[in-house]
Design a protein around this ligand. Structure first.
Ligand code: F6R
Length: 241
């Protein structure tokens, strides 16, 4: 694992965007695995800025996102598709037919997840997978568990996640209770992994995930076994390393 410690959130975002840019420049038809959440917002903003300057071309890039809430359609402003559209896709020249997020509107979990695995496979795998890190060590929606889930699957969101998400919805009944997520195995098959984390509140889990034992109770710890992982942290997130 390579660690890059940066000054602050903006610096982390720029370094991460640099790694993604290098991937796009050296392989214009690459497959990017993408994440949502607050951490990558600055990274996407930087990529859009470089695109607007004429330094990046997304026309041949394909993307597969990590996860999506079950039951939310593309127009729902809490869906991960909506997030990707507004933070990246609509600002660059990407071909939308080559952007993929698990289909939250598919009511049958087996079908939704099998279809998504097929899509990832049809591209011949992911060249570079961007990841954030949950406070409990989750990656995608792979929560602490007794084993590492292999493929895309449906997860029941924990009570605490549902409560934490409630602030984004009008009423608690509107908060999705399930999500579709790539499995740890799907993520692990990516040729390269780029994990980003920022803030003091991530310092503890960064240390646990990358300096502690490999344990499905800390899902990100499996990344220690991956041959090509770059972890870009700001000073706060790296403060306990
Ligand atoms: C998002 C995702 C999640 C987040 C993680 C960190 O697609 O899969 O695992 O990366 O929850 O979220 P933030 O960046 O909001 O701290």
């Amino acid at each position: 694992m390579r660690f890059i410690v940066t000054k602050d959130y903006n610096d982390m975002s720029r370094k991460a965007a640099n790694i993604i840019s290098a991937q796009i420049i050296t392989k214009p038809n690459c497959v990017l695995g993408l994440a949502t959440g607050s951490t990558p917002v600055g990274t996407y903003k930087q990529l859009v800025e470089w695109y607007n300057k004429g330094d990046l071309d997304f026309s041949e890039v394909s993307t597969v996102n990590l996860d999506e809430y079950k039951g939310l359609d593309h127009d729902n402003d809490q869906s991960y598709y909506y997030f990707m559209m507004n933070n990246l896709f609509k600002h660059v020249n990407i071909d939308l037919s080559r952007t993929h997020v698990p289909d939250g509107t598919e009511p049958n979990p087996e079908k939704a997840c099998a279809d998504y695995e097929k899509i990832v496979k049809s591209y011949g795998g992911i060249d570079l997978q961007l990841l954030g890190l949950g406070h409990n060590g989750h990656i995608g929606f792979n929560e602490p568990s007794d084993n590492f889930a292999k493929v895309t699957h449906c997860v029941d969101l924990t009570e605490s996640t549902i409560k934490a998400n409630a602030r984004f919805f009008e009423k608690i009944e509107d908060v999705p209770t399930q999500a579709y997520t790539m499995g740890i195995g799907t993520i692990f098959k990516a040729k390269r992994i780029l994990l980003i984390a920022s803030g003091k509140d991530k310092a503890e889990i960064v240390k646990k995930a990358f300096c502690g034992p490999i344990d499905p109770q800390v899902p990100a710890s499996i990344l220690q076994l991956h041959p090509d992982v770059t972890v870009v942290l700001d000073e706060d997130a790296a403060s306990l390393l």
